[in-house]
Design a protein around this ligand. Sequence first.
Ligand code: TRP
Length: 316
Amino acid sequence: MSKKVFLSGIQPSGKPHIGNYFGMMKQLLGQPEDYEVYVLIVDYHAMKSVRDSKEMKENIIAVVLDYLALGLDPNKVTFFKQSDVSEHTELCWIFDTITTMPYLMRAHAFKDAEAKNKEIDVGTFNYPMLMAADILLYGPDIIPVGADQKQHIEIARDTALKFNNTYGETFKLPEAMIMKEVAIIPGTDGQKMSKSYNNTIPLFAEYEEIKKAVMSIVTDSRGGVPQNVFAIHKLFRNENELNKIYAEKAGKYKELKELLVEDLEKFIAPLREKRKEFAKDIPKALAILKAGGEKAKKVASAKMDEVREKIGVSVY
Ligand code: TRP
């Protein structure tokens, strides 16, 4: 029996925080051993928001270091970037030719963009077609995504079906695996932790940064338990134990925050140190990504040969 294939795409968009980790990254890295796994950095997709070459480079390098530090094993996972496998954009064009504008106009992401600005670039409109190509080239069974990406997976399935119906059985239909957010991870102000709210604790934070973030947690407490501190603390220590500690130290916010700082430091320090190790030799880290691209290219190029055969452009 062949292994199940699992594929995941990551936007290279800046510093991850502990909300990203517990919401998504942890689940992504904790996949069963016996799957064949592809993880791709979707740098061409990121072009719709990153239009500065230096920032793009830095973001790509940062994602590579982040995932290596978190324990992604390149011997088990094909870890690569989209722009290294030109078959993605090539297949995207082919999908464009079998997809209608009204169909893509129903995409939530397009509708949201349209509501905000009148001049949407073609790349944003076409985003789901490139994503369909990312997926379908590798014949994955399962795509882990947040709920906001569910429609994109449906579009990939529709596109696979449309192609199969037109040219004969070629693409396997993938399933979305909707990752439940473990809970909404609150930020330092009690709202959901998010870069756009400026309330994050970075996943690779330095000790001083952790301290500063924790000390700034808004303590809105009625029963002597600072809820926002507790909610973050729960991710790092058993709840029963915490209930006891918080009862003993009722009202002593500073001490409770100090304990949270220590618990965060215990969790973050090893990750931060590992990331620094990888950062000492960036060319080596990038060589891992490059080798992943070469591996992915073999699979993608075999699939594209099949596609070209099916559509009739292979005449030699
Ligand atoms: N659209 C996805 C997101 O914003 C990123 C993505 C691009 C992706 N291509 C993919 C995710 C392929 C899974 C599979 O998160």
